[in-house]
Structure formats: structure tokens, C-alpha cells
Ligand binder design. Structure first.
Ligand code: ADP
Ligand code: G6P
Length: 470
């Protein structure tokens, strides 16, 4: 059976929205772009808690060719699964932050139980021909649970965030179980070759796996495919947003606030992996090292609060506000405030206008799966007068956007130098770098990412049918 006839089933913790509402998070943006085109079923958490939790009623919403089906969790399920294991254990660990990852047995149990319950509720909705594509670190065990329930159809998994090296992952008490469970999928996709290599190394070093040709991997009886699929954006659509009425209004407002000064922007979920503290230090150093920039630049950081129930995130907010306050206190004059931090969400059109107003965009994560902000910034630029992208060497986007100014986000010297270079960059160089990046962003779109993954899944399905007929 060919891809067009099979129904597409996405599973992810966050589901929707499909429309252009304010939303922060690369996964939701990437999947909505892909599903709007192809249609299918999107299954996951409603984001709400109730007494019945995962045993409660399914909530079904239909939007054109797409059905969103969600479930509540109980407070205990949401705490153990989402807040604790997903975001206090797996998120820091996979972002190489062993120093703050927390391990405890109870949340590991809840995480597995929640994966089991999701599989139990999803399985009756599935047909054997469906292409089931599971997303992100919330659902490492879901594929194995579906298999236990007799699901034989093709199963794919894509990790939107980094996959850390075995030396770090090995610290997770359940690392062997977790990676073994990933082998239930036919296809496992990563953002970068580094992530893929880390996964393969774990399988080889810890599970006696063997790398075969064509990206295939044998572990015991199982042969799966592990491949790299860098996620993209709907570049044409986003470029159109950038010239919409709403975008123009926002662009004008930002430029008005800048009052002829060079505008620097940062746009990130408020997350410690994004390197916002280090970025602020780099900006401060720019003002120190290049005094002529005092009074002639303005830095706007948009940072919607994310996972605010977790201490690490609440502390980050306090710290960022303090640092911004100190920088303003130290450098402001009666007619100039160096920086501003905003925690509100924007629509995608408004955001596109903010990007377009920027002379420089700073994307300086300490570690990031891809980073869609970098790609959105490029798509939103005016080709005649494009802004400059400063990009961390630790963002997945670096592999494609090597024409950006690449920095080590830990080095405030490096960041301050890059900022200065960006502010001075002649139009010709800006255009040259922009065109190289634009080509990549418009070539490798969300649609292409989706099609590439689904084609590879079809191929895996054909292969496993052929193997079972032998
Ligand atoms: P992550 O997935 O870690 O959040 P990405 O950079 O890949 O990082 O994706 C973030 C997404 O969230 C982008 O699509 C960006 O446009 C969106 N976003 C960030 N800040 C805001 C905001 N204030 N309002 C609306 N969307 C936002
Ligand atoms: C990243 C993750 C997503 C997650 C999003 C927002 O993009 O890859 O899986 O949904 O951040 O985080 P949240 O915890 O609010 O879902």
C-alpha cells in the first residue's frame, strides 16, 4: 500500500493548535505545519488534569482533514510523567545537563505507566495500515507498549531534542530499558548526525548492537533504521506572515521603540537550555568592550514562561529579570534603556514582524535539538536589507545555517565580538550570508521533513513485510 492511502497518526504530548495562535515550542509548530497539509489523527495529552485522568473520556475535535484526540491526566500522572520524569530527568539529561538531572524510582514508574495507558487508549483507534509516528522524549516506551498489544503496522519515532552521548545517558538508572524500548520502532529519527551517532554508539557499546549498511542497526533479533531528519518550517508561509498587516504593525512598533538604534532580538521559551543568561552577559560585555554601542543599540528578549511550576524554570525567570535590571541600571541614560524582556506570547504573524525589525537575532542555546527560531528569523527577513543571525555552535540548526555568525555561547568574549561584527556588517556581506541561509530554509521545509520521514517509514514497512515473507 502506498503512502498517500495510509492514514497518518501523530502521537505527541502536546497536541495542537493547528491555527496561527500564540504558541511556544518547536514540536507543536513543526507538527501543525506538517498535518495541515496532509491531514490525519493527532493523539496526546489535553494539557488538563481530571479525576479520571488517562482512564477518562477521549476528547475529540475535528478540523478539516485532521482529528485531534486528547486525554486528561490525573494530577499524579501529570506530575510524575510530565513534570518530573520528562522535565526534571530526561530534558536536562538529553541536553547534557547531568548536573541538574534528577533520578527517582517513583517517577520512572509513573512515566512507564503513562506510556502504557496512552498505548492502551490509542491501540483500539489504530488500523494495521496506519503510519503511526510518535514524537519526542515523552514517549520512549509507547512503541513497545503498542507492540505488546499486538500492533504490527509500521511505527516511527522522532526525537525533537538532542540525544546525549552514552557517557551521559548511562547515568540514567533506566537507560538500558529506555534504549531497548526504542528498538520497538521501525524507524528512529534524529535532528542531527551527532544525535544519531550517540544513539548508535549506545546500542553498540551497551546493547551489543551492530551497525549495518543503509543506516540500519541490528540489536539482538531486531533490525531497525536510525536516520537523521533535520526539521524545517513552512518557509513560504512564514515569509508571507512577515509582510502581513499584523507583522508590519509589530515591525513598526519595534522600530519605533528602537528610535533609529540598531535592534537586537532574542526569542526563546524561557528555558535554561537556551543560554539566555549567557546571552545577556555577552550583551553586557558588548556595551563594556565597545563603548560606542552605548546609546546606539537596543536589545529585546521575548521569553514566554515555560514549565513555570518547576524550580529551575522559576529561578531562571528571577535571574533573567535581575540581570536585565542590572544591565539597565548600569548603562541606561535619560533617553536610552539598553534592554527589555517580555514574557508574553505572540501570534506567528506578530512574531514574524518582530524578527523583521531586527538588525541582529541572537540564537545562542547551550544545547538545542534544532532551534526553529533561527529558521523563522531567516524566513522573515527582507532580502534587500536582511538582518544578521548569530547562532550557537550547539544548536542543531548550525549544520544547515553555517552562513550565520557561529559562536560559542559560553564565551561572552565570543558573543560580544560577534555582536559587534554583526552591527558593523556591510550590506553586501549581510545579503551574501542571508542568501545562503535562505536557500537552506526554503529547501528543507516542514513538508519535506515530514515527507522524508514518512517515505523512510514506508520503506521500513516494505522491508519488514519482505523479511516476514522470506
Ligand atoms: P523549542 O522547541 O525548544 O521551544 P524552537 O526554537 O525549536 O525551540 O521552537 C520554538 C517555537 O516557539 C518557535 O516556533 C517560536 O516561534 C515559538 N515561540 C517562541 N516564543 C514565542 C512567543 N513569545 N510567542 C509565540 N511563539 C513563540
Ligand atoms: C520543546 C519540546 C516539545 C515541547 C515544547 C514545549 O519543543 O521538544 O516536546 O512540547 O518544547 O514544552 P512543554 O513542556 O510546554 O510541552
Amino acid at each position: 500500500m502506498e503512502g498517500a492511502e495510509r492514514r497518518l497518526v501523530f502521537v505527541s504530548n502536546r497536541v495542537g493548535p493547528l491555527s496561527d495562535e500564540g504558541k511556544a515550542g518547536g514540536l507543536a509548530v513543526g507538527l501543525a505545519d506538517a498535518l495541515r497539509r496532509r491531514g490525519g489523527l493527532w493523539f496526546g495529552w489535553s494539557g488538563e488534569s481530571s479525576e479520571a485522568g488517562l482512564a477518562g473520556d477521549l476528547k475529540v475535535e475535528t478540523h478539516g482533514n485532521t482529528e485531534l484526540v486528547t486525554l486528561d491526566m490525573t494530577v499524579e500522572e501529570a506530575e510524575g510523567f510530565y513534570l518530573h520524569y520528562a522535565n526534571r530527568t530526561l530534558w536536562p539529561l538529553l541536553h547534557y545537563r547531568l548536573d541538574i538531572a534528577e533520578f527517582d524510582r517513583q517517577s520512572d514508574r509513573t512515566y512507564r505507566a503513562v506510556n502504557r495507558s496512552f498505548a492502551e487508549r490509542l491501540h483500539p483507534l489504530l488500523g494495521g495500515q496506519d503510519l503511526v509516528w510518535v514524537h519526542d522524549y515523552h514517549f520512549f516506551y509507547l512503541g513497545a507498549e503498542l507492540r505488546e498489544r499486538g500492533h504490527k503496522g509500521p511505527l516511527g519515532f522522532f526525537l525533537h531534542i538532542p540525544f546525549c552521548p552514552p557517557e551521559i545517558l548511562g547515568a540514567l538508572p533506566a537507560s538500558l530499558d529506555l534504549v531497548s524500548a526504542m528498538l520497538a520502532y521501525d524507524l528512529v529519527g534524529f535532528q542531527t548526525d551527532t544525535d544519531r551517532r550517540n544513539f548508535v554508539s549506545f546500542c553498540v557499546e551497551e546493547l551489543e548492537g551492530e551497525e549495518l549498511d543503509g543506516g540500519r542497526l541490528r540489536v539482538g533479533e531486531r533490525v531497525i533504521r536510525a536516520a537523521t531528519f533535520p526539521i524545517g518550517i513552512d518557509a513560504e508561509g512564514f515569509a508571507e506572515f512577515a509582510t502581513s498587516e499584523e507583522a508590519r504593525e509589530h515591525e513598526k512598533m519595534v522600530l519605533g521603540m528602537a528610535g533609529g538604534r540598531a535592534q537586537i532580538v532574542g526569542v526563546d521559551r524561557m528555558d535554561y537550555s537556551k543560554g539566555i543568561i549567557q546571552r545577556f552577559r555577552g550583551f553586557e560585555q558588548l556595551l563594556e568592550d565597545y563603548p560606542q554601542t552605548q546609546g546606539s543599540v537596543r536589545f529585546l528578549q521575548v521569553a514566554p514562561v515555560s514549565r513555570g511550576e518547576l524550580e529551575a524554570y522559576a529561578d531562571l525567570r528571577t535571574e533573567l529579570e535581575q540581570i536585565a535590571g542590572n544591565i539597565n541600571g548600569r548603562f541606561a541614560t535619560l533617553d536610552w534603556t539598553p534592554m527589555q524582556i517580555m514574557t508574553r506570547g505572540f501570534t506567528r504573524r506578530a512574531l514574524a514582524g518582530i524578527y523583521r525589525a531586527a538588525r541582529v537575532c541572537m540564537v545562542t542555546p547551550l544545547r538545542d535539538g534544532m532551534n526553529l527560531v533561527a529558521k523563522e528569523f531567516v524566513a522573515a527577513q527582507d532580502p534587500q536589507d536582511p538582518g544578521v543571525l548569530i547562532l550557537s555552535r550547539f544548536a542543531g540548526a548550525r549544520a544547515e545555517l553555517s552562513a550565520a555568525l557561529i559562536v560559542n555561547p559560553y564565551s561572552s568574549d565570543d558573543v560580544s565580538r560577534a555582536l559587534h561584527y554583526a552591527l558593523e556588517m556591510p550590506l553586501e556581506e549581510r545579503q551574501r550570508r542571508y542568501h545562503l541561509m535562505r536557500q537552506k530554509v526554503f529547501e528543507n521545509t516542514a513538508a519535506r521533513w515530514c515527507d522524508g520521514f514518512l517515505e523512510a517509514m514506508e520503506e521500513c514497512a516494505r522491508q519488514s513485510r519482505a523479511d516476514s515473507e522470506e
